[in-house]
Ligand binder design. Structure first.
Ligand code: ZN
Length: 71
């Protein structure tokens, strides 16, 4: 999808949308998750069939996610 070609319908009409992954459970309570910052993402959405996928922008953020949610 990063090559701006839809893997489903092979359309090249791809839109890029900025997004983010927010730290979970920020509703009240102490800020114990300060190590987990907001992660910037880019969503690629096919304007033809609607297929979309999300990519994390910064590889360092991926390591943080792995630490937090990896098995
Ligand atoms: Zn498509």
């Amino acid at each position: 999808m990063k090559n701006m070609l839809c893997p489903k319908c092979h359309s090249s009409e791809i839109v890029r949308l900025p997004g983010s992954i927010q730290p979970p459970s920020t509703l009240g309570g102490p800020k114990s998750l300060s190590a987990f910052k907001t992660i910037n993402t880019t969503q690629y959405c096919c304007a033809n069939c609607g297929f979309s996928e999300v990519w994390v922008d910064d590889p360092d953020d991926l390591k943080a996610l792995l630490k937090k949610y990896g098995f």
